[in-house]
Ligand binder design. Structure first.
Ligand SMILES: Cc1cc2nc3c(=O)[nH]c(=O)nc-3n(C[C@H](O)[C@H](O)[C@H](O)COP(=O)(O)OP(=O)(O)OC[C@H]3O[C@@H](n4cnc5c(N)ncnc54)[C@H](O)[C@@H]3O)c2cc1C
Length: 412
């Protein structure tokens, strides 16, 4: 096969798919298929939600990132036939591939909790952040300044399910934004933000050094932490949870689901070898077990030589993309495929609108300085030099101040 003319199809344009496409470049016949027209730098979706960053910073259009020679299809892949080497799009159009790179990522896992899929807001996309913000503004707009504190709090109670990194980052941002809104609108009392976690601690996957900063930030942001607590049911404006055998029902203006991820439905239906969690089994070269021309990476793949804390992270998908691109080239030219040990690149969690905690080189630090360090770190991780420079300049010169939850009529 002429390796420059071989058809390489990449499904999914997140950390795994986009960075593979960028590494392969336009000297190959590459087609990237994504159901969105933009990449999303998920680690900063919280800052987008709070208005510290803008949409273009973290969700650049693929057309601004990809080489002109890379084919881009913005559509959902409905089906993959591994026998015929065909990818079928939602609109029924089909494409043939010589090499397939599967990087379709995950979706929110509501774990079968009654009412969760219908009523809880997931937090994985720009649209989810917009939906949550609107729900908060709407709830605030319904509260009059002279309402008694206990009624105000009842109307402005929000719950986040899951106290992993996502749950604590989001709940601290929500709490800070709400407290700021209380001051601006001269409301009485305090808002209430709960984070509900089945396990016995917050951020279970993180080391003790960083957990101290997280727990401190939760306290400072007045987030109510409920561990060893299970969400039983979610209603339109209610939540039922259980702790120690006792069920509690709560009024809640919004319930956000940050409680788990499962592989994309597309991958669930593809006939590849998987583990009991539905993750695609891959060799050390990131090829799937029975198909040498099919690679899988990121959140959908089970790669055994990666630290458990790296599983399901952008750090892993991003590093794997480099290996996939190398191995696709090697596969097409008949060279030997490589393997790699993937490293932890450190941790950085945003905590409320004024603080963060960063773990780098085995040392953890927190506070406003860590917030600045996180912005600097993430500038370097954005895709392409051009985008990094534009965003870095915007953050440096225009600042990263949160956007308050102003009444609907006063929003710009
Ligand atoms: C809010 C949030 C914050 C996070 N913060 C961090 C963090 O701080 N650090 C960290 O390391 N990780 C973080 N993660 C995890 C990280 O985002 C994922 O591990 C990473 O994105 C996985 O990369 P991926 O390429 O496997 O999947 P994704 O980046 O999810 O990309 C998959 C892409 O495929 C597309 N797709 C799916 N199905 C189809 C289909 N049928 N047809 C076409 N396109 C399809 C999706 O829309 C998506 O664009 C966070 C995740 C979220 C949701």
């Amino acid at each position: 096969m002429d390796n420059k003319r071989a058809r390489i199809v990449i499904v999914g344009g997140g950390f795994g798919g986009l960075f593979t496409a960028l590494d392969l470049g336009s000297s190959y016949d590459v087609t990237l298929i994504s159901d969105a027209d933009h990449f999303l730098f998920t680690p900063m979706l919280y800052e987008y939600f709070s208005g510290e960053v803008e949409e273009w910073h973290i969700a650049p259009k693929y057309t601004e990132l990809l080489d002109e020679g890379v084919n881009l299809i913005c559509d959902e892949v409905a089906n993959i036939n591994l026998d015929t080497g065909t990818v079928t799009l939602n609109g029924n159009e089909s494409l043939n591939y010589d090499v397939l790179v599967l990087a379709a990522g995950g979706v929110t896992n509501f774990a079968g909790v009654a009412g969760a899929a219908e009523h809880a807001i997931p937090f994985r996309k720009i649209a989810h952040a917009d939906q949550l913000r609107s729900r908060m503004v709407e709830a605030l707009d319904h509260v009059a300044p002279d309402l008694p504190p206990q009624d105000t709090q009842r109307a402005l109670t929000f719950a986040v399910v899951g106290a992993g990194a996502s749950g604590v980052e989001l709940s601290t941002k929500m709490a800070d934004l709400l407290r700021d809104a209380f001051k601006r609108r001269a409301l009485r009392g305090e808002p209430r933000v709960l984070v509900i976690e089945m396990g016995d601690r917050v951020v279970p996957g993180m080391g003790v050094e960083i957990r101290e900063f997280v727990e401190d930030a939760l306290r400072q942001s007045h987030v109510e932490v409920h561990t060893l607590t299970r969400v039983v049911r979610v209603g339109e404006k209610t939540l039922v949870f259980e702790h120690n055998g006792t069920e509690t029902e709560l009024e809640s203006a919004a319930v956000v689901w940050a409680g788990g991820v499962r592989v994309s439905p597309l991958v669930e239906n593809v006939q590849l070898e998987k583990n009991n969690r539905g993750l695609v089994l891959v060799k050390d070269t990131l090829q799937t077990i029975a198909h040498a021309n099919v690679f899988a990476l990121g959140d959908i793949a089970f790669y055994k030589d990666a630290a458990p804390t790296l599983a399901g992270t952008a750090q892993l998908a991003f590093q794997q993309a480099g290996l996939v691109a190398k191995n696709v080239k090697a596969f097409l030219s008949g060279a030997e495929l490589q393997t790699k040990h993937f490293e932890e690149l450190g941790e950085a969690v945003s905590l409320g609108t004024e603080r963060a905690a960063v773990l780098a080189g085995g040392k953890a630090f927190g506070g406003p300085l860590a917030r600045q360090a996180r912005f600097a770190l993430y500038t370097a991780r954005l895709p392409t030099w051009h985008h990094r420079l534009r965003v870095g300049a915007s953050w440096f010169f225009e600042g990263t101040t949160p956007r308050p939850l102003l009444p609907l009529g006063l929003q710009r």
